[in-house]
Design a protein around this ligand. Structure first.
Ligand SMILES: C[S@@+](CC[C@H](N)C(=O)[O-])C[C@H]1O[C@@H](n2cnc3c(N)ncnc32)[C@H](O)[C@@H]1O
Length: 364
């Protein structure tokens, strides 16, 4: 992911655009229940260890059970187990009724989104050293921070464009995180815009194809093209292989900034992609995307807006987003660029997930 400096810091759209407020459904927000279990570092770490040592899987199969029941399969000393059980009880993962231990109802509910829970835990741990060691740098010198932060080492998009086993493995590591996030964020984006008139959709920076797949499942007439870097496309092909709707998703390997792009699309989508780029590159990407549209096509942007952090303490699950705070623009930026590209109708909708998102839809 790339850093940038931004001048806008308000959420007002320009007078010719419509601004709506979040209308997403409870179903589109259900997955946010995982954040309750990633509130602080020690509770999160205890939960990740419980996953790693098989304790959560054991309890899924045997809850409720006694401490003695767990001890039978426990790989280490009982004091370690006792500490873990106490921490998990304190953070609401477990409850104890005398000698009996069981997973709480709330945690059992959150396990419906286990892939997201584990991805968020992993992502927060991976960047926590950046917060501990480089926070002053983040505030004082964004480009020095970007050079040193582990966050940006994890997301090295095109450091090695060749499709080799090592590069595929490296891409898989960060794509596991983006795919898990998108699996759940996609519903709010797709629910927020009506794609019924679209036949051909281009998803620029479409990553593993997860968003395109969900779009195709909701709209059986859509054919989606995912444009992304070569290694990412290869991992994406493997990700969607055999899944319902995959036959209508194709991957196009290339660089959206420089390669020739196909045209005639009814919709071009950017989801969580433009924030990676500084203003001039984001403008370039939007201009190039606009040239891919059919005359009555629509350009759809789904991006996080500026973080709103003053009201409550920041949960541990938000560390990665905290480090990217400069990247999340006000929708005003996109509205202004789109008006400059002669889009006459620009709609902005706010979508509240764990942070504010904006859905910007522009047509001529
Ligand atoms: C933050 S990820 C978002 C992915 C996806 N849209 C999602 O929401 O999960 C940004 C994506 O942009 C892709 N990307 C980066 N540079 C690109 C380029 N020059 N051309 C096309 N895609 C690019 C990355 O490989 C990555 O898949």
């Amino acid at each position: 992911m790339m850093e940038e400096s931004l001048s806008q810091d308000n959420n007002q759209a320009t007078p010719n655009s419509y601004v709506g407020t979040g209308s997403q459904s409870a179903v589109e927000r259900e997955h946010l229940c995982v954040d309750e279990f990633i509130k602080d570092m020690v509770g999160s770490r205890a939960l990740a260890t419980a996953f790693e040592l098989g304790l959560i899987d054991f309890l899924i199969q045997h809850s409720p059970c006694s401490t003695d029941g767990i001890r039978g399969t426990w790989p280490s000393d009982y004091r370690g187990l006792g500490l873990l059980l106490d921490l998990l009880t304190g953070s609401g993962v477990l409850e104890r009724q005398g000698e009996t231990i069981l997973l709480t109802r709330r945690f059992t509910n959150a396990l419906r989104f286990r892939d997201l829970l584990e991805a968020k835990l992993q992502f927060s741990f991976q960047v926590s050293a950046d917060v501990a060691d480089l926070f002053t740098e983040l505030i004082r010198d964004p480009s020095a921070f970007q050079q040193r932060a582990r966050m940006f080492q994890l997301f090295r998009y095109d450091s090695s464009p060749q499709v080799t086993p090592e590069n595929l493995e490296q891409a898989r590591r960060w794509m596991r995180i983006t795919t898990a996030l998108t699996r759940y964020e996609a519903a709010a984006c797709i629910g927020g815009h009506d794609f019924a008139r679209c036949r051909r959709v281009l998803d620029i920076g479409g990553n593993s194809g997860e968003f395109a797949l969900q779009l195709c499942r909701k709209y059986p007439h859509i054919q989606a093209t995912v444009l992304d870097l070569p290694v990412v496309c290869e991992v994406g092909r493997q990700h969607i292989h055999g899944q319902p709707g995959a036959e209508r998703v194709c991957f196009l390997a290339g660089d959206a900034r420089t390669d020739d792009l196909p045209g005639g699309f009814d919709a071009v989508v950017f989801k969580s992609m433009l924030h990676d780029w500084p203003d001039d590159q984001a403008r370039l990407l939007l201009r190039r995307a606009s040239e891919c549209l059919a005359p009555d096509g629509v350009l759809v942007i789904f991006e996080r807006g500026p973080l709103e952090l003053a009201a409550q303490p920041l949960p541990y699950s938000m560390l990665p987003l905290l480090l990217l705070f400069r990247s999340f623009r006000s929708p005003t930026f996109y509205v202004d660029v789109l008006k400059g590209l002669e889009f006459e109708r620009v709609m902005v909708d706010r979508i509240d997930l764990e942070t504010p998102f904006f859905l910007v839809a522009a047509s001529r």
